[in-house]
Design a protein around this ligand. Structure first.
Ligand SMILES: Nc1ncnc2c1ncn2[C@@H]1O[C@H](COP(=O)(O)OP(=O)(O)OP(=O)(O)O)[C@@H](O)[C@H]1O
Length: 396
């Protein structure tokens, strides 16, 4: 679940969302739904996270535990981002001895074992969000992680993960014992059972990832997740829609705790098996991709039986042509057409708002290593500026 995309036009409109509660958000947390849907998700391990690990994630700067097997690929104590095993000089002696994982060693070891169990390569996420916005920090330029340190680097660099940690219950209401809506208690975020989700790494083809929208237990719409044009999808649109509809009817419609939600799926060739990737709440914070929330809230709903009730009757009460004139509701399935990317204004890469300003990146050209180092320093400068601002406002 990424932080809400800013859509000023939509923010100006009061959207008629039903209240979103803490329970709705928790129902979409991987640790809540995974036990029920384990058989239809890619193989994964969940590691419960102790407070000490959460404090580590929340700390400024990126200090990685000593990596005893390899020399760390990059280290720079001046940038505030380094591996504890690779520093020289007086100041660095302290860093040499410093192991941030000392207070959560068990967790570190559990993560190591889980990576092994999953074949040596994993895609990490927290309860709701994957660090998709931080892949530029990784040597692989992807979310593929082979060591615990690969995972910590991605998690600590990601704004999406920070959103899970600090803002999971933003804009939610809570129900009291009588079922009426209240403001959430200030300490709400303390009660999240945080988990690290490690999914066995599979090379997914982004063209066959889809987001599906469910209102009142009816699948009303679906669309691509990757916003590029893929010609071949148009030929198989009906088959994909039918496969996903059947998957929803059999697996999710009556089992997900909320009546309205979104889910993401992967439908690899030959497109007759569906993998569940994720759930998101029926809320403005979920990216509606090729739809707008206003559309999703007002799209017509299918009749309950999926059958048009107005079949004319013969005098004996039967309806001879019922089969022929029955209308089957089909959820609206949007694909990106050839000219859409420009028309919709999404030619900029996804998540770019969470990366660095283009000028800054351009100015730092000169090899991937330099760019990464420059980016790290830039992040640290930003953190220092924030800290200075906070101190200045305290002085006032
Ligand atoms: N097992 C896996 N191996 C490799 N890549 C994966 C795996 N599972 C998911 N991915 C990729 O990671 C992407 C993000 O995963 P996921 O949807 O769980 O993250 P998210 O943060 O919840 O996303 P959103 O905010 O869009 O809901 C997926 O679109 C998919 O491309």
């Amino acid at each position: 679940m990424s932080p809400p995309a800013s859509d000023p036009a939509q923010r100006l409109t009061e959207l008629p969302f039903p209240p979103v509660t803490k329970t709705h958000i928790l129902n979409c947390s991987y640790h809540s739904w995974h036990p029920r849907y384990r058989a239809i998700t890619p193989k994964a391990r969940l590691v419960p996270l102790p407070d000490a690990f959460l404090s580590y994630l929340r700390e400024d700067g990126i200090v990685l535990p000593p990596d005893n097997e390899d020399t760390p690929e990059w280290s720079d104590s001046d940038s505030g981002i380094f591996s504890g095993a690779d520093n020289e000089g007086d100041d660095a002696d302290d860093a040499d001895n410093y192991d941030p994982s000392a207070s959560w060693r068990d967790t570190h070891e559990t993560i190591e074992r889980a990576i092994d169990d999953l074949g040596g390569k994993v895609a990490p996420k927290l309860n709701w969000s994957a660090p998709k916005d931080a892949t530029w920090m990784a040597a692989t330029n992807s979310m593929e992680c082979r060591t615990p340190n690969d995972i910590y680097l991605l998690l600590k660099s990601s704004d999406f993960v920070t959103h899970d940690l600090e803002h999971a219950f933003d804009d939610t209401a809570d129900e009291d014992a009588n079922g009426s809506i209240q403001d959430p208690p200030a300490s709400a975020s303390l009660s999240v059972p945080y988990h690290l989700v490690l999914r066995k790494w599979v090379t997914l083809n982004p063209s066959v990832e889809f987001r599906c929208f469910v209102r009142s237990r009816k699948l009303i719409a679906l669309c691509q997740r990757d916003l590029n044009h893929f010609d071949f999808l148009f030929k198989m649109q009906d088959k994909l829609r039918q496969t996903i509809q059947e998957f929803f009817d059999v697996r999710l419609r009556d089992t997900f705790p909320d009546p309205s939600f979104t889910f993401d799926v992967y439908v690899p060739p030959p497109h007759n098996r569906v993998w569940l990737i994720d759930f998101n709440p029926w809320a403005q914070r979920t990216d509606p991709l090729l739809f707008s929330w206003l559309e999703l809230l007002s799209l017509p709903e299918p009749p309950s039986s999926n059958v048009e009730e107005s079949t004319p009757e013969k005098s004996d009460g039967s309806s001879e042509y019922e089969e022929d004139i029955t209308e089957i509701f089909r959820p609206e399935f949007r694909l990106v057409r050839r000219d859409d990317p420009e028309a919709y204004g999404f030619t900029t890469p996804q998540y770019s708002a969470h990366k660095l300003p283009k000028d800054v990146v351009d100015a730092s050209r000169g090899g991937e290593g330099n760019l990464r180092e420059f980016a790290l320093q830039w992040k640290e400068a930003q953190a220092l500026a924030e800290q200075q601002k906070a101190e200045d406002s305290d002085d006032d």
